[in-house]
Write a new protein. Structure first.
Length: 325
């Protein structure tokens, strides 16, 4: 289908003053459908729509503009999808959705952010529309980009970028661990991104957390307990330790060999372990572990965060052969 040009008067003149612009301008309806009614000014120029025509539609209350680059071919409140499309249109082919927004699209649970985050190449100075956060990067490589109507970076790249934006190493490690836990990107994929991109905040902590995740650590709390077990003098510490029970093979969070040869099983319990049905399943499993000769210790995740000294003291008491209260 031939597209109208800026200098050709017929199509542009018809669309300039009429509300039937989507059908008057060749290609505009298809573009609007493909991009949820949110387009770049350069795309409108390719369809033969001039700056004056855009101004006329905005003045008529049919269109609205977002920043210097984005035009919305409607006048209503934008949906979440339209805001994401606005982010893609603002940065154009030199950028993509990134960080929290890419992770939202991937289905990450528990890390909600309202603003739309996009990445673009280093050095751009265009003002961003309200609600849009633009991150500049010197290393936005083609391998990081997933093409489509909503162009985005890969989940692994988004996780590393978002982790670097967080204020503390602990929260950054929690994010990448959650991404790995929810199987949105593997630890190995995130480690590859981390190795390729320079100057990422919390790099050392992220590398350690991802290496732990690749080895089987399931949360920040497990990593903290692992360190506490070492400081308490426990040795031969293993993550996701396999045990064969009557119902089949299970994997406990952590295990260590005590000085008398017994194996200490440590489970780091999240809030779901307070559910009565889960407590009953835990008790049944603990009884079988005890019958097999294991020593079992459950540590609530909240206790790891609120009173790590108490956890360390309990582990030390077990190592020294004290009774568990």
């Amino acid at each position: 289908m031939a597209r109208a040009r800026v200098g050709q008067g017929t199509d542009s003149a018809r669309m300039s003053g009429r509300p039937t612009f989507l059908d008057d301008v060749p290609g505009l309806r298809d573009l609007a459908i493909r991009q949820s009614g949110v387009v770049r000014r350069s795309q409108l120029r390719e369809c033969g729509v001039s700056r004056q025509h855009i101004a006329h539609q905005v003045a008529a209350g049919r269109w609205q503009t977002l920043g210097p680059n984005v035009v919305v071919l409607s006048n209503g409140v934008l949906s979440r999808l339209q805001w994401m499309q606005a982010g893609v249109c603002h940065v154009g082919p030199r950028g993509a959705l990134d960080g929290w927004t890419t992770l939202e699209l991937a289905g990450l649970r528990g890390w909600v952010r309202t603003l739309i985050h996009v990445a673009t190449d280093h050095g751009r100075r265009e003002p961003a529309p309200p609600g849009l956060v633009v991150h500049q990067s010197r290393h936005l490589d083609p391998v990081d980009i997933v093409e489509g109507p909503l162009r985005s970076v890969t989940v692994a790249r988004a996780a590393i970028d978002a982790a670097g934006w967080l204020p503390t190493a602990r929260s950054a490690c929690g994010l990448v661990t959650a991404v790995a836990q929810q199987k949105l990107a593997s630890p190995e994929e995130m480690l590859e991104v981390l190795a390729r991109i320079y100057r990422v905040r919390h790099t050392a902590a992220l590398r350690e957390a991802l290496s732990d995740a690749a080895a089987g650590a399931q949360s920040n709390a497990e990593r903290d307990v692992h360190a506490m077990m070492r400081s308490a003098g426990l040795r031969d510490i293993r993550r996701q330790f396999p045990v064969m029970l009557s119902r089949g093979l299970i994997h406990v969070d952590l295990a260590a060999t005590l000085p008398d040869g017994r194996v200490l099983v440590v489970e780091v319990d999240g809030p779901h372990h307070d559910d009565p049905e889960q407590r009953a399943r835990d008790a049944e499993r603990d009884a079988e572990l005890l019958a097999l000769g294991y020593t079992v210790l459950h540590i609530p995740r909240w206790l790891v965060q609120s009173d790590p000294d108490a956890v360390r003291a309990r582990l030390l008491a077990i190592r020294q052969g004290a009774r568990i209260a």
